[in-house]
Design a protein around this ligand. Structure first.
Ligand SMILES: C[C@@](CO)(OP(=O)(O)O)[C@H](O)COP(=O)(O)OP(=O)(O)OC[C@H]1O[C@@H](n2ccc(N)nc2=O)[C@H](O)[C@@H]1O
Ligand SMILES: Nc1ncnc2c1ncn2[C@@H]1O[C@H](COP(=O)(O)OP(=O)(O)O)[C@@H](O)[C@H]1O
Length: 308
């Protein structure tokens, strides 16, 4: 049987406002997340053993940054959480699986690669194990894996609030192109949250849709990424990346995503983004250009979905 396959697309925060702080230290956010064509790939094969164990092998450009079979890997943790959720009796009957991760997204880089992998693993395992999990329960499991995991389940553009788990549809998006650049230094999300300047930014006022990129850029320019200054202080090369993106021909807006260090730029079209690549590419920088991922779908609406 051919392996089951899922793509785990990069999540980009077009803006990110820190709107408050919870008693447990987590920050309340207002952020607009979209997904880029850039993705990791997960392939799953069922083994002969039973018990629902997940073995993980990692290959691809960024495999050297991660360990095979580590219990800390979000894919392995997603498997363990799902197994615990269904209980010992059901878990005992689940086939063991091997997942091969093709790691093409830079690690710890503000584009939620690990979160996207965890969400893709949940989608794959629901299918491979023929499980039906209520959407609300699935969202709780996802949030336990990380604040960014819920939005990665459907890979649909979404406004993220709360700590990232309160999702509402994003404004309609215009055609555009995107470039992503990472300078090769990983930045710690907790450290960036810890060192950001104090104070909060109100939630943004967004329209129902943007008909043109110019409209979207006008509104996004009025928003901020409240983590950008802290990330630039920790990793000054982010400033060089932003300068380079802003100077690229056809760049309409450049900003950091999430807690960094990856930055994105918006262009009129995927072709315009790809044409600008040579002007930006330098040294060890990871550069990707293309379209947004526009065919994400609610998990419970997917024809191949077995979740309720
Ligand atoms: C900042 C964002 C924006 O989308 O993206 P990334 O930079 O990770 O891509 C996310 O909120 C990151 O989500 P995720 O990477 O899943 O974070 P988690 O594992 O849940 O949390 C890592 C740590 O970041 C801090 N954290 C995270 C989310 C949040 N809303 N408030 C926080 O203070 C906490 O210190 C937490 O212990
Ligand atoms: N499958 C995975 N891919 C990437 N990182 C992972 C994975 N599993 C666990 N991690 C850990 O999760 C942390 C966050 O990684 P990632 O999601 O790539 O970055 P970010 O949260 O900045 O977007 C990293 O420190 C990494 O070691």
């Amino acid at each position: 049987m051919s392996p089951l396959r899922e793509l785990a697309h990069a999540k980009i925060n077009l803006y990110l406002h820190v709107t408050g702080r919870r008693d447990d230290g987590y920050h309340l956010l207002d952020s607009l997340a979209v997904f880029a064509g850039a993705a990791d790939e997960l392939r799953l094969d069922c083994g002969y053993g039973r018990g629902g164990h997940v073995r993980l092998r990692i290959e691809g450009t960024f495999a050297p940054g991660l360990l095979d079979d580590s219990a800390d890997n979000l894919i392995v943790r997603a498997g363990a959480l799902l197994r615990a959720h269904v209980g010992t009796d059901v878990a005992a009957r689940l086939p063991d699986v091997e997942i091969v991760l093709g790691k093409e997204l830079p690690v710890a880089s503000g584009i939620g690669g690990g979160s996207a992998d965890a969400a893709a693993a949940l989608r794959l395992l629901l299918k491979a194990w023929d499980l039906s999990v209520d959407r609300a329960d699935l969202m709780v499991l996802a949030t336990r894996l990380g604040a960014d995991v819920p939005v990665c389940l459907d890979q649909l553009p979404a406004r993220m609030e709360g700590i990232g788990e309160e999702l509402t549809p994003a404004p309609g998006l215009p055609p555009c192109g995107m470039m992503l650049v990472n300078c090769g230094q990983s930045v710690s999300t907790p450290q960036v949250f810890r060192t950001r300047a104090p104070g909060f930014t109100p939630r943004a006022d967004l329209p129902a849709r943007w008909n043109t990129l110019a409209d979207m850029v006008r509104d996004l320019s009025a928003q901020t990424n409240d983590l950008q200054d802290a990330a630039c202080a920790i990793c000054p090369e982010i400033t060089a990346v932003l300068d380079s993106l802003r100077a690229a021909p056809g760049c309409r807006l450049a900003r950091m995503s999430g807690s960094g260090a990856t930055c994105f730029a918006l262009f009129d079209s995927p072709e315009a983004a790809r044409a600008a690549e040579p002007a930006v590419r330098q040294g060890k920088w990871w550069v990707w250009a293309g379209d947004l991922y526009r065919t994400g779908m609610r998990l419970d609406a997917r024809a191949d979905s077995l979740s309720a």
